[in-house]
Design a protein around this ligand. Structure first.
Ligand SMILES: Cc1cc2nc3c(=O)[nH]c(=O)nc-3n(C[C@H](O)[C@H](O)[C@H](O)COP(=O)(O)O)c2cc1C
Length: 181
């Protein structure tokens, strides 16, 4: 069983991320959620705390901080980093190395060799756009395991590729990554 940091971006698929966090915790992992500030406007970090039994974080400044440098503490604690759902914005920041919120800073501070998985979720046109295709290729080259989005009917009303895989599938991907360490 592992220490897992789950970073979630501001996607409609956040509703699945709560279930994912719950299933990972039920599998015996210790899960700490990190939400981007916009993700935290869509769903409360408190919900992630309730299903994981661990503190969830959004910001490492001011009264919200947990320690002196939460990004280092979380990145050091993590035995595996899972970014799900990865919004277009969050995955692009990760590809560029932009450390402008706690989630992207934790990812950048993750020690080399620790498994890092990313599950994009977005509208099919966004997923197929040249910048996102480029950024996903960059992430693969940087050692990220990109979990392919599913196809089907999207919340935005169109059919296509871009759905966050079901939580059970993501739990399996985590187990495989941990087994292959
Ligand atoms: C209700 C709602 C759902 C959204 N779903 C998605 C999504 O699934 N994927 C995505 O890339 N952006 C989505 N967006 C747009 C992002 O929230 C927006 O690009 C935001 O700046 C991303 O923030 P982040 O980088 O912190 O994730 C959604 C926005 C709203 C208001």
């Amino acid at each position: 069983m592992a220490h897992i940091v789950l970073c979630s971006g501001a996607s409609v698929a956040l509703y699945k991320a709560c279930d994912l966090a719950s299933k990972l915790a039920q599998s015996g992992h210790e899960v700490r959620a990190v939400l981007t500030p916009r993700a935290a406007r869509l769903v409360s970090p408190q919900l992630f705390e309730a299903v994981t039994g661990q503190p969830a974080a959004v910001d490492e400044y001011g009264p919200e901080r947990r320690g002196a440098m939460d990004h280092i503490e979380l990145a050091t604690w993590a035995e595996l980093l899972l970014v799900a759902p990865a919004s277009a914005g969050l995955l692009s920041r990760l590809a560029l190395g932009l450390a402008d919120d706690l989630a992207s800073t934790v990812a950048l501070a993750l020690p080399a060799g620790r498994p890092r998985l990313i599950a994009p979720a977005m509208n099919p046109h966004m997923l197929a756009s040249p910048p996102i295709a480029r950024n996903l290729a960059t992430l693969r080259g940087d050692g990220w395991r990109v979990i392919e989005p599913g196809s089907g009917h999207m919340a935005c009303g169109v059919d296509g590729k871009g759905r966050l895989p079901e939580p059970q599938e993501l739990v399996r991907a985590v187990a495989e990554a941990l087994a292959g360490r």
